[in-house]
Design a protein around this ligand. Structure first.
Ligand SMILES: [Zn+2]
Ligand SMILES: [Zn+2]
Length: 189
């Protein structure tokens, strides 16, 4: 069974990374390995936008992943943008099997609320499941509470659950050969 590397980059709380690894392992039935924290991704900084370019961080993630790892996911807490988006929360390079999630816009403090580690964790878990499911070949889903629903803002993220709907679950089984680890009665219809 291939392992999936998690690369914290910059200021990522260890406890959050390990908590994510446990939940993702249970969900995907792959072994997750939290790797050594990588330096802050200064190389991806755009002086004009004052944000970080996600594809550059994805490329770095691809280069540092351990040999034989099935997939890799980077975790950053800086604000990231993509080729055609002013800001993004996560991005995946499907052909390389690498994903990236930014915690920046998942933090309640970003919206002027007091910080809340549990809210941040639940949002981060949904986004990690979303991006890794892309890496494994899943596309977006129209079901608004399915984790593969395309979220454009934090309200959409809070509205969806951290589970695949039954249709996405079926597709996931086709892609990776086994279902996600949640019991069938815990899936969304
Ligand atoms: Zn997506
Ligand atoms: Zn779905």
């Amino acid at each position: 069974m291939p392992t999936i590397d998690i690369f914290p980059m910059g200021q990522i709380d260890d406890f959050l990374a390990y908590r994510l690894a446990c939940c993702l392992e249970e969900r995907f039935l792959f072994k997750f390995q939290v790797q050594r924290t990588q330096p802050f991704p200064r190389f991806a900084y755009n002086n004009i936008k004052k944000q970080y370019f996600a594809p550059a961080i994805l490329k770095k993630t691809k280069n540092i992943r351990s040999e034989g790892s099935g997939y890799a996911i980077g975790l950053v807490d800086v604000d990231i943008y993509g080729i055609s988006n002013n800001f993004i929360i996560g991005e995946t390079n499907v052909s390389d099997g690498v994903a990236l999630v930014s915690l920046c816009r998942l933090k309640p403090d970003f919206y002027g609320h007091s910080s809340d580690d549990d809210v941040l964790f639940q949002r981060a878990l949904k986004e990690c499941i979303h991006e890794l499911s892309h890496a494994m070949g899943l596309k977006h889903c129209y079901n608004r509470i399915c984790v593969m629903h395309y979220s454009t803002n934090i309200f959409d993220i809070d509205k969806k659950r951290n589970l695949l709907c039954s249709e996405c679950l079926r597709r996931m089984k086709e892609k990776v050969g086994h279902p996600q680890g949640k019991k069938a009665d815990d899936t969304l219809s």
